[in-house]
Design a protein around this ligand. Sequence first.
Ligand SMILES: CC(C)(COP(=O)(O)OP(=O)(O)OC[C@H]1O[C@@H](n2cnc3c(N)ncnc32)[C@H](O)[C@@H]1OP(=O)(O)O)[C@@H](O)C(=O)NCCC(=O)NCCS
Length: 171
Amino acid sequence: MEALGAAEDTGGVVIGRMRWWQIDAAAQLERDLFGGTAWSAETFWSELARPETRWYVSATEDQGIGGQRLLGYAGLMVNDRQGDVQTVAVAPSARGRGLGARLLGDLLGEAARRRARSVLLEVDSANEPAIALYRRFGFERISVRRGYYAPHGGDAWVMRRPVPSTSGGSA
Ligand SMILES: CC(C)(COP(=O)(O)OP(=O)(O)OC[C@H]1O[C@@H](n2cnc3c(N)ncnc32)[C@H](O)[C@@H]1OP(=O)(O)O)[C@@H](O)C(=O)NCCC(=O)NCCS
């Protein structure tokens, strides 16, 4: 399913399908953001190896000499018309520029293309920036998993958003 033929370039940041050569940078960003619970490079390899049920996008910025810097990434799983946001992450230095919204919007567009009926996600109840982002996209809390996040024992909110059949994932 190659729905994203051309990557979207806005303001010098390109949102496009995540590729294997971005895995090491993504795993490094994971370690910086999530420490002991970070996804390993192997986990990214395994996710990217399942394109029939997975959709990963990246946000990259040109560094001027042919190099590109990974600013963020996001992943979706769709099984039996049920979508799940696997991850959304933006480097601290690139936050507040709308990249999280663009990455999430891309996932929701793909969920619609794959005819998901709704999209679920789990988020730490203390993660205000992420919850604000998800609410802005119409996600609502449907349940709480107490003590879900080790080691601090934080609660997880399960949030859900219906997917309108013609949705392009607009904010
Ligand atoms: C959550 C995250 C992806 C947001 O990325 P971002 O690029 O800064 O998000 P955007 O710039 O697109 O902001 C979108 C919305 O998020 C919310 N938001 C972003 N930063 C926020 C902050 N510091 N405080 C409160 N709300 C915030 C706002 O609702 C914002 O909408 P606005 O621009 O109309 O104010 C980013 O903070 C991140 O990577 N956090 C660490 C990883 C993480 O927690 N991922 C989610 C796991 S479930």
